[in-house]
Design a protein around this ligand. Structure first.
Ligand code: MN
Length: 204
C-alpha cells in the first residue's frame, strides 16, 4: 500500500510568529510530500529488485527507504510535536516525563539548554531529538544527521526539532539558534508526554 501525506493538524499560520505560514506550507506540502513520494518509489523499486535478485540495487534502494522513510516518519512526528503558542504550545512538561527529565538532565532549564545547544550545533541538515532509549532505560538528547544517521537502534522519539535549512531559512536565514529559541514557544508537551507514556513501557 502506498504511503500518503498526512494533513497538518493545524492551519499553516497557526504557529506564527514563531514559525511562519509560508515555511509551514512549503515544508509540509512540498518537502514532506517529497519524502512520501520517495518512500513509495523506493519501496516499489525494492520489490522489483528483490524479485530480480539484483542485490546491488536492493542495497542502494534500502538506503533510500531509510532516508525517505525516516523523512516521512520524522515529519509526521514533528507536526504533532508542535502546537500554537498558548494553545497547547510552550510551557513545560509535567507528569512522568518531567520526573524522568529531572532524573536524566537535572531540571527543565538544563534539559532545554542541552537540547538547544545540540540542535543548533547539528552539522549541515538534521534533527535535534529527545528520545527514550529502551536499552538504556533513560532519555537521551541526540542529534541526527539527514533523516536517519547517528541514532541508537531502538530509540523512540519523544520530541523532535527539524533543523534542516528548509525548516527555518525563509524567516530566520542563517540564524538557526533564533529558530531553536522560538521553537520552545510552540513545543507541544502534551504530545511529548503521551509519546513518553507509550515509549517508556517498551523493552527490547
Ligand atoms: Mn524538514
Amino acid at each position: 500500500m502506498p504511503y500518503e501525506l498526512p494533513p497538518l493538524p493545524y492551519a499553516y499560520e497557526a504557529l506564527e510568529p514563531h514559525i511562519d505560514a509560508k515555511t509551514m506550507q512549503v515544508h509540509h506540502d512540498l518537502h514532506h510530500k517529497a519524502y512520501v513520494d520517495g518512500l513509495n518509489k523506493a519501496l516499489d523499486g525494492l520489490a522489483k529488485a528483490r524479485e530480480a535478485n539484483d542485490f546491488a540495487a536492493v542495497q542502494q534502494l534500502s538506503r533510500l527507504v531509510a532516508f525517505h522513510g525516516g523523512g516521512h516518519s520524522n515529519h509526521t512526528i514533528f507536526w504533532n510535536n508542535l502546537a500554537p503558542a498558548g494553545k497547547g504550545g510552550g510551557g513545560e512538561p509535567g507528569g512522568e516525563l518531567a520526573t524522568q527529565m529531572r532524573k536524566d538532565f537535572g531540571d527543565f532549564a538544563k534539559f532545554k539548554a542541552h537540547f538547544s545547544a545540540a540542535a543548533a550545533a547539528v552539522e549541515g541538515n538534521g534533527w535535534g531529538v529527545l528520545a527514550w532509549q529502551p536499552a538504556l532505560g533513560a532519555l537521551t538528547i541526540q542529534t541526527m544527521m539527514n533523516q536517519q544517521n547517528l541514532t541508537i537502534l531502538g530509540s523512540i522519539p519523544v520530541l523532535m526539532l527539524d533543523v534542516w535549512e528548509h525548516a527555518y531559512y525563509l524567516k530566520y536565514q542563517n540564524r538557526r539558534a533564533e529558530y531553536v529559541t522560538a521553537f520552545w514557544n510552540v513545543a507541544n508537551w502534551k504530545d511529548a508526554e503521551a509519546r513518553f507514556g507509550k515509549a517508556s513501557k517498551v523493552t527490547i
